[in-house]
Design a binder for this molecule. Structure first.
Ligand code: BV8
Length: 249
């Protein structure tokens, strides 16, 4: 029977990979990159999200990330129902025989963890971590990172940077991600514009290996997913997860 390309076969979905982007955190109050009020509207990518930009003006780059870290730590910023639904999906399937689940996020916020997600990879790093460029060690940070902040490994200032992946740098956990993409039978992209590689190509790799691919986004990105479900993440993600879970029982 020809698989209906445009609808998820809810019962067949056993090995699930989810990719999230800035859109899943938009309703939690965190700006996306490419919307009209996006982060890239008042910053040039090459100035604040490249190693060259950091080398040229580390103070400006620290300020860019310090501002985003302070916002993230504001009490008003909380996971929304989309984050919570993904954590529920993970907890419901991860222990079922023959099932698997991996959540890959491009986001550097910690809203997935705060919603309860554990099978989680931050492929572009984390805003609440800093890294020593001498030792390679990462440390938690919840306050401003300044030029004169000392790392605990070298006990001197000047070696620390945000522990995020900038343009031109290699994303994290690519071996684990690639393995999951080639083995999954359902790939779900949520709240990402598909502008940045290699994340933007993940759905094609999954489909080449037999996965059904679904995009849940405010509006369709017109990328060639099998299925497009449009609407705000805090509505469409819980609805979709509910349908997946009710069909699995
Ligand atoms: C790599 C972390 C090699 C930092 C980010 C030329 C020179 C050098 C490199 C390149 C080049 N050409 C291409 C490249 C590769 C480059 C790239 O893709 N450039 C693009 C601009 C062309 N990529 C890289 O450099 C990557 N590294 O390629 O290394 C390699 C490759 C494979 C294997 C080994 C080695 C590294 C890229 C990482 C950059 N770091 N972030 C930080 O956060 O400051 S990128 C940043 O933007 C995010 O992390 C995310 O990945 C990316 C895209 O953002 P989105 O999440 O999609 O957000 P966006 O605003 O764009 O879209 C939001 C979407 O949500 C929209 O569709 C909107 O409609 C929707 N939405 C909004 N509200 C809602 C909603 N949806 C639902 N509900 C809502 N309420």
């Amino acid at each position: 029977m020809q698989q209906d390309r445009h609808h998820t076969d809810m019962v067949a979905a056993r090995r699930i990979v989810v990719l999230t982007g800035a859109g899943i955190s938009a309703e939690s109050g965190i700006r996306t990159f490419r919307a009209s009020d996006g982060l890239w509207e008042d910053h040039k990518v090459e100035d604040v999200a490249t190693p060259e930009g950091f080398a040229a003006n580390p103070v400006a780059v620290h300020q860019f990330y310090n501002d985003r870290r302070r916002l993230l730590l504001n009490a008003s910023i909380r996971p929304n129902p989309a984050h919570t639904a993904l954590a529920r999906l993970e907890h419901s399937v991860i222990d079922l025989p023959g099932h698997d689940f991996l959540l890959i996020t491009q986001n550097i916020d910690n809203l997935h963890e705060r919603a309860g997600s554990r099978a989680l990879v931050h492929m572009h790093g984390e805003l609440l971590k800093m890294r020593c460029e001498q030792s390679g060690l990462s440390f938690d940070i919840r306050e401003d990172l300044m030029l004169d902040t000392c790392c605990r490994c070298c006990r001197e200032p000047g070696n620390l940077r945000p522990d995020v992946v900038w343009f031109g740098e290699i994303p994290l956990s690519m071996a684990k991600i690639t393995k999951a993409l080639t083995q999954c039978d359902l790939f779900i992209a949520i709240g990402t514009s598909g502008n940045v590689y290699p994340a933007a190509g993940f759905f094609e790799l999954a489909r080449e290996h037999g996965a059904h691919t679904v995009e849940l986004n405010l509006e369709s990105t017109n990328a060639d997913f099998d299925e497009h479900i449009c609407g705000p993440a805090s509505t469409v993600v819980p609805d979709y997860v509910e349908r997946l879970l009710s069909s699995a029982n």
